[in-house]
Design a protein around this ligand. Structure first.
Ligand SMILES: N[C@@H](CCC(=O)N[C@@H](CS)C(=O)NCC(=O)O)C(=O)O
Length: 203
């Protein structure tokens, strides 16, 4: 088994943090995200979306999508439960993870893809106005997460979960997307200092 990734990219980082939190060792293979590599038939055969990370199982089956990969490992190794243990926890963590992924993470990714010169060949058409609109959207989403973290220790409640991993990676991705984090978000700052200090954050 191996995970095909690009070390500098945010989605593979989500999987690396998840595995580090679980204490699971998997071998990683670096995939250079050049246009030539992305267009290759071999890459498309592994993931028709032409994106990393991709988990390649020993029998050659491929699982893409960061959360699908994390869920696979959660099912194999349930402790610590990063997707929750009880039906209620599972629902709450799913709710928050989806809010962060479809809200903040998506907005930051859209801002990056539609504004960064490095993405011009990849994001066609690259629509500047859409990138700018998503910078504003990302800040609105961040305000909602800040509000949540003013009342809650972690994103989905009192325990660290996959929703914190999604949020941490999204907040760090803001740097590449050139979106400044406002100092006024105190709940977010308190949470960020806590989760960024976990050993898994540097996985
Ligand atoms: N929904 C996918 C997104 C994967 C994704 O966007 N991967 C990026 C790296 S962070 C990628 O491979 N980008 C290459 C490209 O879009 O050309 C997931 O959760 O894994």
């Amino acid at each position: 088994m191996k995970i095909i990734e690009a070390k500098a990219a945010p989605n593979p980082r989500r999987v690396r943090i998840f595995l580090a939190e679980k204490g699971i060792a998997v071998s990683f293979e670096e995939f250079e995200l050049t246009m030539e590599n992305i267009r290759s038939a071999e890459f498309a055969g592994r993931n028709p979306m032409r994106q990393v990370p991709i988990l390649v199982l020993d029998d050659g089956q491929c699982i893409a999508e960061s959360i699908a990969i994390c869920r696979y490992f959660e099912a194999l190794f349930p402790d610590p439960a990063l997707f929750g243990a009880t039906p209620l926890e599972k629902a709450q963590i799913e709710m928050w993870n989806r809010r962060v992924e479809h809200g903040l993470f998506h907005a930051v990714a859209q801002a990056f893809r539609h504004l960064h010169p490095r993405m011009s060949e990849r994001e066609v058409p690259q629509v500047r106005e859409w990138g700018v609109a998503n910078k504003d959207k990302a800040l609105r989403q961040l305000a909602l997460i800040d509000e949540r973290l003013t009342a809650s220790r972690f994103v989905a409640g009192e325990a660290f979960t996959v929703a914190d991993i999604t949020a941490l990676v999204a907040v760090d991705f803001m740097v590449a997307a050139r979106i400044e984090r406002p100092d006024s978000f105190e709940g977010l700052a308190r949470w960020y200092a806590d989760v960024a200090a976990r050993p898994s954050a540097s996985a």
